[in-house]
Each structure stands twice: as C-alpha cells, then as structure tokens.
Design a protein around this ligand. Structure first.
Ligand code: MG
Length: 392
C-alpha cells in the first residue's frame, strides 16, 4: 500500500520536567529552575527557559550550572508527577486519533492524514498548543511534515512553543544547512567521527559519496541516515510499537569448554551478537544475565541490574565478565548463554542523560563507578541487584 501524502505531527513538550514543576508551583515560573542532580553533584536533566538564558543546559553538571547562575533553584526529579502529566498529555491527544506513537514521556508522533483531510494543519496545531497550555500548563513545540523524521526536525526548529512545517521540496534549503549534531538519531559520539570526514551539516551527509568510509561510523544504518538527510522516511506512526521482552544468545559445546578463558571468549562473541541486535532494534538494556550448564544438565544463572539503560558494548562485556567469573566453578561447560532484559526503546529513555558520554569522566568505568556510588549514597544502600537461580 502506498500512501501518496501524509500529515505527521511531532509534538514535543518543552522543558518538560521543569514545566511540570512550574505547573504545580507557578511561583517557579519566574525563577531559574533546574531539575536533577543530587545536592551539588550530578547533572541536570532539564532547565527552564529562565535558567537557559544564563547558559544553563540539560546534561550540565549542577556545580557548573550554579557557577553560571548562582540563583538557580535545583529540584530533584519527581517521576510520579511527570508520569501523571505525561498521561494527561497522551489522553488529550487520543481524543483526536489513535494513530499516536509515544516517542518518549514528553514526545509523540501523530498521523493526522485522515483526521485533517480538508482542514488546516496549522490552525489545528495552534489549537493543540493552546489547549495544552490552558488545561495542563504545558508548553509545546509542534513539527508538521509528510514523515516522522522531518516532523521531528521541524518540532526542534523553534522552541519553545513553535509551530514549524517542513516540506519535502524544501529539504535542501531548510534541512541541509543544519549542523550534523542536530540530526535526530546521530549520537554525540558519532558526530566527531563524521566531522573528521568533513561532514559538518546534514547536507554534507546527504551528498557524501564514499559510503564505505561512512559505514565505518554509521554501520548498517548508513543508507537509512543518508535517505533521511534527503528527507525520506517511510516509517509509519506505530501506536503499538512494542519492545521485545529480552534479547538472548546461547550456544552448546561438545566437547565442553574446559577453561574460564574459553568460556569468556565464547561469551564475548555472544555478547557482541546481543549488542548488534540491541543496536538494530534501537533498544537499551538494564539487566544482563548469564547462564552456564554442565554435563549433568545443571544450569546456574546469575543476573545483574545496571543503574542505567545502556547499549554500550564495553559495559556489556565488562558486566558479562564479572558475572561469568563469579559463576564459573571449574567444571566443564556444555552451554553458555547471555540475555539482556529490561529493554527500552532509546527514544523513550528520558532523564537518562548518557552518563557514559559525559566528558567530565575520564573513562566509562569511572563514570559507572561514580554513578553507582552516587546512587548508592542517595539510597543509602546498594541497589545493584544480583539474583541466583538453580535449575536441573
Ligand atoms: Mg521535550
């Protein structure tokens, strides 16, 4: 089935966590406000627009934000409140259509092709903006385009409270001048690599001819990203976009594996396969489990919950090694398996500023340890959960 023309909205609630706090406590509207961190440690997840005028941004360490804006009010994250406001947002949108795909707690794609037939999309966008402001005190930006990618880029175009239309015929003029870091889906780790290739803008990416070089950094998604840079995106607004419950890989060995080195090598190969599937599906995991079976068909398993969702291969391998080393008992191993669960779509992972990417940490390992100790200090106990199961 081909659809000749679609009308897709991307609606993005502006500075969402801060907006929720300001909605329940309007006195906060006129003061610089940051959300997140713990006392003077950690990073902000959101800042309101008053704070942004001082150069305070999300993902900024609290200490740095306070240097820039000494009067900054910092509130802890209050997920219960944000979930409630998010629910109200989606409930409101569902009064118009069921063709809604939640992209995160504060973002939605709507396919309004049928709903808006013969109607003015901009007038409708204005109505949505006004209703959300009046009934829920939530400001939003709306992007209108013939596909999801362009709609997402359009909603980013003017914040806060903008309404922007991106048309396919304007791609070269409107989309191409954007810096490559503004392209939705390109990770901040990938940006410097693309710049090394001379790719500074979305237009540069669209026109880059050496796809072999490009695929070193964009992998199997190279063609997908280049198509987007030309304004093409066939993906549908999918109200039922669901995640797999877990992604696992296992292998049996006959003869069995006799040394821990062999076990670790095999598990590393399986971990890479699990990692590839996570990346392909745009998923991150928060829980890793390892199983080993001996010749007597006794299976031993061990599981760890990570403090944050991740799709970082290094973190997955380190976690796998820790589990495998504690699980290995010296007897021959006839089967190993690894599985990643507690999966979440990357797009839905809000408030999980990629701590592994924050440059103030010299290494990932340190970032993880720092994060763990912060969380443990916060909750005054270890939240690193380990589980055991024994089956025969
Ligand atoms: Mg937002």
């Amino acid at each position: 089935m081909s659809i000749p023309y679609r009308i897709i909205f991307h609606i993005d609630l502006n500075a969402f966590f801060a907006s929720c706090e300001m909605a329940v406590n309007p006195a906060l509207k006129t003061v610089p406000l940051g959300i997140g961190g713990h006392k003077d440690r950690g990073v902000l997840t959101t800042a309101n627009y008053v704070a942004r005028k001082f150069g305070v941004t999300s993902a900024m360490p609290v200490a740095e934000a306070r240097r820039r804006c000494p009067d900054l009010v910092v509130l802890p994250v209050n997920f219960a409140l944000y979930k409630e406001k998010s629910q109200a947002f989606f409930d409101y949108l569902r009064t118009f259509t069921d063709f809604i795909e939640p992209a995160s707690i504060d973002e939605a794609y709507l396919d309004l092709t049928a709903f808006l037939e013969g109607k003015d999309p901009v007038a409708f966008a204005k109505k949505i903006q006004a209703d959300l402001k009046k009934d829920h005190d939530l400001p939003c930006s709306i992007g209108i385009a013939p596909n999801k990618f362009l709609a997402k880029m359009a909603s980013d175009h003017k914040k806060p409270e903008g309404i922007s239309i991106f048309r396919k015929r304007e791609v070269k003029e409107v989309l191409w001048p954007y810096p490559i870091e503004a392209m939705h889906g390109i990770g901040i780790k990938t940006v410097p690599n693309l710049k090394l290739l001379g790719i500074q803008t979305i237009g540069d990416l669209a026109q880059y001819e050496d796809t072999t070089k490009l695929s070193k950094f964009l992998g199997s998604s190279t063609a997908f990203f280049q198509a987007k840079a030309w304004g093409h995106d066939d993906s549908l607004v999918d109200p039922h976009k669901d995640q797999a419950q877990s992604i696992g890989q296992s292998r049996t060995y006959d003869p069995a594996l006799f040394t821990i080195q062999e076990v670790l090598e095999e598990l590393e190969g399986l971990t890479k396969l699990v990692h590839e599937r996570l990346i392909e599906s745009d998923l991150k995991t928060k829980s890793i489990s390892i199983s080993m079976r001996n010749h007597q068909f006794e299976t031993r398993s061990k599981q760890t919950s990570l403090p944050f969702h991740t799709d970082d291969l290094g973190v997955l391998i380190e976690t796998m090694e820790t589990l495998a080393e504690s699980l290995y008992q010296g007897s021959p191993v006839a089967l190993v398996s690894i599985s990643a669960s507690h999966l979440e779509k990357k797009a839905r992972l809000v408030d999980q500023i990629n701590l592994f990417d924050v440059s103030m940490f010299p290494s990932k390992k340190e970032a993880i340890e720092d994060t763990l100790s912060k969380i443990n200090a916060h909750y005054e106990k270890s939240i690193l959960k380990k589980g055991w199961s024994h089956e025969s």
